[in-house]
Design a protein around this ligand. Structure first.
Ligand code: KIV
Ligand code: ZN
Length: 515
């Protein structure tokens, strides 16, 4: 097999990144873009972990028809059944069951014997087999488990019907050579391995996730699990764009292909960064802002003469725009819709109307509207879809010799208008205090960042806040040409996510349900 299956887990492992919390609509937007990107499998979530995740996986299963839609499940009968409910309407459903396999996890966390784990693994795969054919199994923490025990588990689950077996380096502990040896030894020591696809899932704790994944591919793995921009639990996962571009650029060395349309990489990266609220570091390989910028005179000279002198990839092959397209207040609805489609957004007619209205309002204040402005507007639109409280009005009075005072009006879920006012150390503090007086949910502000989306005095200001409640972090973002309004929107966005999580009684993303 000379094709590597690209399994994207941005919406599942990526969503386990601290501070990540997407609503179902945002997840659907990303899933649609992953479809355009050409990924083979989308791991859309962990349906049994919360009603919100269940609904998002179900929605994606109904709407995104080309790729396989996978739901993660703990090795528990109830979880397997619930995962099936979430993915059953997909054109190509998959259930991915995981259970720890290392002695460290077995003795300290699960307090179970190897035999018990082996039996449960087999039984849960057999349980899923009652529903569907496409089943993946992961022995968690495989790289710290005894290889002979991993061979035993893999043989048993393949026998029970697993069609993909995935080897997770759960804590990012392994090294390329060691991991490659493990993959090769699995191919030799598991007698029925030819009946399943061998997959890998690497974490980046030592910065080796991509290197480990590529080594595993060299040694025979044919599915790789990865995320856009490398987001994920702790230090993240193997980055999809780096793996795909390594396979493409070094085709001479790997001799393998993927189904990825690489010209969609840049758009996908921007969309994920925008909706997750995680900026991409400038020196990030492939998609960082500096990845194709040449600073030294010698390099600039070379690139002007012949790009190949200092560029091993063509930025166009990643979809990096060569010029910034600008819209203005004269641009019509059609041009706006076209640009949205090019940026990877598909909006319902109603959402498009609202976004176009916001675009026109912005165009009245700002001469040129760039892609970054449009991304910001749409992200704002998607954020408002699942609001619990809506920010209706915000007004501040502040200055050199006055006490910063804010008045805010919110609309609650019952449609009532609630207003309050507060003093603060500054205008943003006053606004947040006034909001807290109305919403009344304890939380601690742990991060507040303002940045301008583009250059110029008329630029949109984007505010990112992180708040903490009961040990869980919630991120909120808001955008406006007025940074006080943007700050209020960002805080409301974080509070709405907190309220939604409390309503769905969502456990901490890290508290998997082991049984
Ligand atoms: O890192 C890990 O072990 C996982 C499993 C659920 C596959 O994410
Ligand atoms: Zn993981």
């Amino acid at each position: 097999m000379d094709k590597v299956i690209i399994f994207d887990t941005t919406l599942r492992d990526g969503e386990q990144a601290a501070g990540a919390s997407l609503n179902a609509q945002e997840k659907l937007e990303i899933a649609r873009q992953l479809d355009r990107l050409g990924v083979d499998v989308i791991e859309a979530g962990f349906p049994a972990s919360s009603p919100g995740d269940f609904e998002a996986v179900r929605l994606i299963s109904q709407e995104v028809r080309r790729p396989t839609i996978c739901g993660l499940s703990s090795a528990d009968r109830g979880a397997v059944d619930r995962t099936w409910e979430a993915v059953k309407e997909a054109a190509h459903p998959r259930i991915h069951i995981f259970l720890s396999a290392s002695d460290i996890h077995l003795s300290y966390q699960l307090k179970k014997s190897r035999d018990e784990i082996l039996k449960t693994s087999r039984e849960m795969v057999a349980q899923a087999k009652n529903y569907l054919d496409d089943i993946e199994f992961s022995p968690m923490d495989a790289t710290r488990a005894e290889p002979a025990y991993i061979y035993q588990i893999l043989e048993a689950v393949i026998d029970a019907g697993a069609t993909t077996v995935n080897i997770p380096d759960t804590v990012g502990y392994t090294t390329p050579h060691e991991f490659g040896d493990l993959i090769q030894s699995i191919l030799t020591n598991v007698p029925n391995i030819h009946k399943a696809v061998l997959s890998v899932h690497c974490h980046n704790d030592l910065g080796l996730a991509v290197a480990n994944s590529l080594e595993a591919i060299q040694r025979g793995a044919r599915q790789v699990e990865c995320t856009i921009n490398g987001i994920g639990e702790r230090a993240g996962n193997a980055s999809l764009e780096e793996i795909v571009m390594a396979l493409k650029t070094r085709q001479d060395s790997f001799g393998l292909t993927t189904g990825i349309n690489t010209t969609q990489i840049y758009k996908t990266s921007r969309l994920v960064s925008e909706l997750f609220g995680f900026p991409v570091q400038p020196n990030k390989a492939v998609i960082g802002a500096n990845a194709f910028r040449h600073q030294s005179g010698i390099h600039q000279d070379g690139v002007l003469k012949k790009p190949v002198t200092y560029e091993i990839m063509d930025p166009k092959s990643i979809g990096i725009p060569s010029s910034i397209l600008v819209l203005s207040k004269l641009s019509g609805r059609h041009a706006f819709r076209e640009r949205l489609a090019e940026l990877g957004y598909t909006l319902t007619e109603e959402a498009l109307n609202r976004a176009f209205q916001s675009f026109k309002e912005l165009a009245d204040k700002k001469k040129e509207i760039t892609d970054r402005d449009i991304e910001s507007l749409i992200a704002e639109e998607l954020r408002t879809i699942t609001e619990v409280y809506h920010l209706d009005h915000v007004e501040v009075s502040c200055g050199d010799h006055s006490l910063p005072t804010a008045t805010v009006r919110l609309v609650n879920p019952e449609g009532q208008s609630l207003a309050d006012a507060a003093l603060g150390t500054g205008p943003v503090d006053a606004v947040y205090k006034a909001i807290n007086r109305i919403v009344g949910i304890p939380n601690k502000l742990i991060e507040f960042t303002v940045k301008s989306v583009t250059e110029g005095i008329d630029a949109i200001g984007e505010v990112l806040v992180r708040i903490e409640s009961d040990g869980v972090t919630y991120t909120g973002r808001g955008a406006s040409t007025d940074i006080i309004v943007a700050s209020a929107k960002a805080y409301m966005n974080a509070l709405n996510r907190l309220l939604a999580a409390k309503q769905s009684q969502r456990p901490s993303p890290k508290s998997f349900n082991f049984r």
